[in-house]
Design a protein around this ligand. Structure first.
Ligand SMILES: [Zn+2]
Ligand SMILES: [Zn+2]
Length: 285
C-alpha cells in the first residue's frame, strides 16, 4: 500500500521557520517565534570558543544570523497590509491570467539569478499593468524571500509617500538627502506605484536622482511596479470631444509611462529592468 510521505511540522505557528511576521504600526515586522530556542547559546547569541593556543574567546553563535536577517527585514519598510502575503498565496484565486503566472515565474527566476550572481550585474524587473493584479503582492514576496532566506538588504518605497515626507521635512529642517540616501544606496530597492500622482518637475528631479544613481552601480538592483504601461489603451475621448488629459482618475489608461516620467528616466529604467506586463481581472472587484 502506498503511503503519502508527510514531513512533520513541529511548530504550526511559524512552520518551523523560527520567525513570524506581524503588522506593527503599519509595517510588517519579523520576530522570533515562541518555539525558537538556541541550544548552543541559550539566547545570549554568543558562545565560548577555544583558540589553538588553548585560550578561551567569545564568538557569535550561528543563531545570530537569524537575528541579523530579522533586523534587516524590519528596516525594509514593507507595508503592514502585506503581512501574510508571499509567493504561495499569489494565484490562489482563479481565474489566473497567463501573464500573472509568467510574472510569478520571472520573479522566482530573478531571485535565483540574483543569488547565483551574488548581486552583481543583475537586471531588475518592472511590473506594468492595471491596479488589482497583485503587483505589490509579488514584490513584497521577493523582499521576504531575499531578506529572510538569503540575508540580502532590501527596501520598499512608495514613491508618492516619500515625496510627501520630503515636503513635510522641509518644514522641520530635514533635508531631502536624509530621506533619499537610505533608498539610493540599498542593494535591492522596490519602488512601488511609480508615476502615481502629478509628476511635477520637482518630483521628476527627485526620481531622476534615484534612477541615475542606481543606473551607474553594478551591484544595485531596482524592482518597480506601475499602473502605467507603454501602450496607451482605452484612450477615451470625452463626450465634449475635448482631449482631456488633466483628469487623474483612470489616468493609467490615458497616459503611457514614458509620458508620465519623461524619456530620459524611462529609457534608463528600460535598460535596468526587464518588462513584465500583467493583465487579468482586478481581484479587488
Ligand atoms: Zn515556531
Ligand atoms: Zn545561539
Amino acid at each position: 500500500m502506498k503511503q503519502k510521505i508527510k514531513t512533520a511540522i513541529d511548530c504550526g505557528r511559524c512552520r518551523d521557520k523560527k520567525y513570524v511576521f506581524s503588522n506593527k504600526k503599519g509595517k510588517v515586522q519579523a520576530e522570533p517565534c515562541t518555539c525558537f530556542q538556541c541550544k548552543f547559546c541559550e539566547g545570549s547569541r554568543r558562545i565560548f570558543d577555544e583558540t589553538p593556543e588553548g585560550l578561551s574567546k567569545i564568538k557569535e553563535c550561528e543563531c545570530s544570523e537569524l537575528f541579523k536577517r530579522m533586523s534587516l527585514f524590519n528596516q525594509a519598510g514593507v507595508p503592514g497590509k502585506f503581512v501574510h502575503e508571499d509567493f504561495s498565496s499569489y494565484l490562489v484565486d482563479p481565474p489566473q491570467h497567463r501573464t500573472q503566472k509568467n510574472a510569478l515565474l520571472n520573479s522566482k527566476k530573478f531571485i535565483k539569478d540574483y543569488v547565483d550572481r551574488k548581486g552583481q550585474y543583475s537586471q531588475g524587473l518592472i511590473y506594468m499593468g492595471a491596479p488589482g493584479l497583485g503587483k505589490t503582492h509579488i514584490v513584497v514576496s521577493i523582499i521576504k524571500e531575499l531578506v529572510m532566506q538569503y540575508g540580502v538588504e532590501c527596501k520598499f518605497v512608495d514613491f508618492f509617500e516619500l515625496l510627501r515626507d520630503i515636503r513635510h521635512g522641509y518644514g522641520e529642517d530635514i533635508s531631502e538627502k536624509d530621506f533619499i540616501d537610505p533608498y539610493v544606496g540599498v542593494k535591492v530597492l522596490v519602488i512601488d506605484e511609480l508615476a502615481k500622482g502629478r509628476n511635477t518637475d520637482w518630483e521628476i528631479t527627485i526620481l531622476d536622482h534615484f534612477i541615475s544613481t542606481r543606473y551607474n552601480d553594478d551591484d544595485k538592483v531596482t524592482l518597480v511596479t506601475t499602473n502605467f504601461s507603454d501602450k496607451v489603451e482605452n484612450c477615451l475621448t470625452p463626450p465634449s470631444g475635448r482631449n482631456d488629459k488633466q483628469g487623474l482618475s483612470n489616468a493609467y489608461a490615458r497616459f503611457s509611462l514614458e509620458e508620465k516620467i519623461g524619456a530620459r528616466i524611462h529609457s534608463r529604467l528600460m535598460e535596468m529592468c526587464k518588462k513584465i506586463n500583467l493583465e487579468g481581472t482586478d481581484y479587488r472587484r
